[in-house]
Design a protein around this ligand. Structure first.
Ligand code: ADP
Ligand code: MG
Length: 643
């Protein structure tokens, strides 16, 4: 007898589940998409224990006829495709007929459904892919699907699940973004009974953005309006609608995210991850935000369904465009146009050189390579170490170029050895608020660290850099990063002793949070308190900050908290939580430190230098940037041909 066997449906479904149902949020995604496909106007998502114990989706869509209720759990059973031609014209979110059987094979699932055409509904109960019960029952029109004990029979998968909060954050983010894609429908998300999101139907995307993110975020966004572009050619290839249309919101240049978590792209109402469109977005922001920063973006690209192949991946998170280059350039130009129109000229001095070099932009092939490991859940890997950016074109965004390079025959010391970076510190790719490293000046090697203790300030350059002298040479100290280092160590020290200095705020600061931020805020509440914040819930999506770390000015409190929530969110998706306090201290230090373009009197300069000398790692800021540059006396002598 041969060795090959056809797998039973139960095994085949479990295999499919491996691809389709990666975690609770992926089950939610499939069920939510089904509810939207069923024409629902209200969708409620309930979860318990991060979706592991329970996921329940209730909709008021067209429900299922009694005969269909069981059929829906057959493999490749779908009402959305009839024949192979339909595959080229997919207008629904689902089409593979895989989700229900897959989810049912790895959970205990109950379906309760009634079509308005029938007077009674149907209840179907399935456990591990086997039908346990199927009966007629009195039900409201619409569908309720309850998924209990996800992965109860797949221990291997269960082990890969993260904490309840992590899984919940994924669900919250998913539901939030589907709610953005469908403003005319109402959405509700509850976790363990508590409401995390509740938005009623509104008529515009703008209204929905306001409902979800609040007015603060809305102010930081640019409304793209509606841009359309028609493509030419291919007369006979049957795309009835010949235009691509883009709507959505992108952030103003001053909003810079340290990761791609705030980029959401929908193609024909489907949430996807697409390299081509991500590249178009970063190309639009090229020379507007630093190369390692990311914008917030909510993009809705609509085109004829014949223009996109959605049948690329089982989880339907990737698409292929028939006119990739056209789609790419259209999206890039539309966003660029909106950014240019919205940009106040004075706040963004453009570099004198290098101007608009096309080569400065990462070529698409290289970009796609960088994204090679970047899947839908892109935050699985530990953070990449900060690469020295000297070779990359760097653009001063916050201030004009402050330095001219020294004469070419001045000898340059080697760049700062990695050993000088703080041991064990994980460097994060953060928006570069400090401007470029002046070319030609070298960061300080370890040998002369001692000299720091005997520095005399001579003055300031551009109210930003302290010029100081010591026996061994001339020093230039970045006042912002120097102070950042001082504060960073101070906050860490105080935290370790449990004695943080905090200031009570006269008026509590109210901050509106998204559902995901709310989850995050609760998760790290003990850490926030340890660092000096006193936070209380204030209404359903608002928190009141009553006290903050002493060094943070009132105006910066909100920004620090949002930054911390973002860092925490990023960290949670990565490795351990061990570094959260370290990163909180870094964030506070950065926000509280003396800014550049700030005149200092000699006493203040001397104080700063003395405090810096007393720090443990005076040579780099918490993010790994150099604090001081030195022209050794020897090099000065050489430069003047005296030796
Ligand atoms: P697909 O969405 O790819 O068709 P699914 O396995 O997700 O496959 O669902 C199978 C079928 O069950 C759908 O085609 C649809 O007819 C029906 N169905 C699933 N969920 C719902 C729902 N919430 N309301 C109405 N019908 C549904
Ligand atoms: Mg489906």
């Amino acid at each position: 007898m041969g060795r090959i066997r056809v797998l039973s449906d139960i095994v085949a479904n479990k295999i499919a589940a491996g691809e389709v149902v990666e975690r609770p949020a992926s089950a939610v995604k499939e069920l939510l998409e089904n509810s939207l496909d069923a024409g629902s106007s209200r969708v409620r998502v309930e979860a318990e224990a991060g979706g592991r114990r329970l996921i329940r989706i209730t909709d008021d869509g067209h429900g299922m006829l009694r005969d269909d209720a069981l059929l829906a759990f057959e493999r490749h059973a779908t009402s959305k495709l009839a024949d192979v031609h339909d595959l080229l014209q997919i207008a629904t979110l689902g089409f593979r007929g895989e989700a229900l059987p897959s989810i049912a094979s790895v959970s205990r699932l109950t379906l309760e459904t009634r079509s308005p055409e029938e007077t009674t509904g149907t209840t179907v109960e399935i456990a591990g892919g086997r039908i346990v019960r199927c009966e007629e029952s009195a039900l409201a029109a619409g569908t309720v699907i309850t998924v209990r004990d996800l992965f109860y029979n797949v221990p291997a998968r269960k082990k890969f699940l993260r904490t309840e909060q992590t899984e919940l954050a994924h669900i919250a983010s998913l539901v939030t973004h589907y709610s953005l894609a469908y403003p005319a429908k109402s959405f509700e998300l509850r976790h363990n009974g508590a409401e995390l999101l509740s938005v009623t139907a509104v008529s515009t995307l703008r209204d929905r953005v306001f409902q979800v993110f609040g007015s603060q975020t809305l102010e930081e966004l640019i409304d793209l309006g509606l841009t359309e572009r028609e493509f030419a050619g291919d007369e006979d290839e049957g795309s009835p609608q010949r235009t691509y249309a883009l709507r959505g919101f992108v952030s103003r240049p001053q909003v810079q995210k340290s990761n791609r978590n705030s980029i959401y792209v929908f193609v024909n109402g489907r949430l996807i991850r697409d390299r081509l469109l991500l590249h178009a977005l970063s190309a639009a922001y090229h020379q507007i935000i630093p190369p390692n920063a990311y914008p917030f973006a909510l993009l809705f690209l609509d085109c004829s369904v014949a223009e996109v192949d959605v049948n690329v991946h089982p989880s339907k998170t990737e698409v292929r465009f028939r006119r990739g280059t056209f789609a790419h350039d259209f999206v890039r130009d539309a966003i660029k146009g909106a950014l240019n129109a919205a940009r106040p000229v004075s706040s963004l001095p453009l570099p004198a050189s290098p101007p608009q070099q096309p080569a400065a932009q990462l070529p698409f092939s290289e970009f796609t390579q960088k994204l090679e490991n970047f899947a839908y859940e892109q935050q699985q890997q530990p953070p990449q170490p900060l690469q020295p950016t000297a070779a990359e074109p760097v653009i001063a965004l916050r201030q004009p170029a402050l330095f001219t390079p020294p004469a070419p025959d001045v000898t340059i010391a080697p760049p700062v050895p990695a050993a000088l970076m703080q041991p064990g510190s994980r460097q994060r790719r953060i928006p570069d608020t400090h401007g470029p490293l002046p070319p030609g000046l070298a960061a300080e090697p370890a040998a002369s660290l001692d000299a720091l203790r005997n520095l005399h300030p001579l003055g300031q350059l551009h109210d930003s850099f302290i010029i100081a002298a010591s026996a061994d040479g001339l020093w230039i100290i970045d006042q912002h990063v120097a102070h950042e280092r001082i504060l960073f160590e101070k906050v860490l020290r105080q935290m370790a002793l449990g004695q943080v200095e905090r200031q009570s705020l006269l008026m509590p600061i109210l901050l509106e949070l998204t559902a995901a931020q709310q989850v995050e805020c609760e998760r790290i509440s003990a850490d926030l308190e340890a660092v000096g914040f006193e936070i209380e819930p204030f209404g359903p999506r608002t928190i009141a900050v009553k006290a903050a770390p002493a060094d943070v000015s009132t105006g910066e409190v909100g920004r620090v908290i949002f930054e911390i929530l973002e860092i925490a969110d990023q960290e949670m998706r990565q490795t351990s939580f061990a570094d959260i306090r370290h990163d909180m201290a870094a964030s506070i230090a950065c926000r509280a430190a003396i800014k550049i373009n700030n005149p200092l009197d000699p006493r203040r300069m001397q104080w700063l230098l003395d405090e810096l000398a007393a720090t443990q790692f005076p040579m780099s800021c918490p993010h790994g940037r150099p604090i001081a540059l030195r022209y050794p006396t020897r090099e000065i002598l050489k430069g003047f041909h005296r030796i």
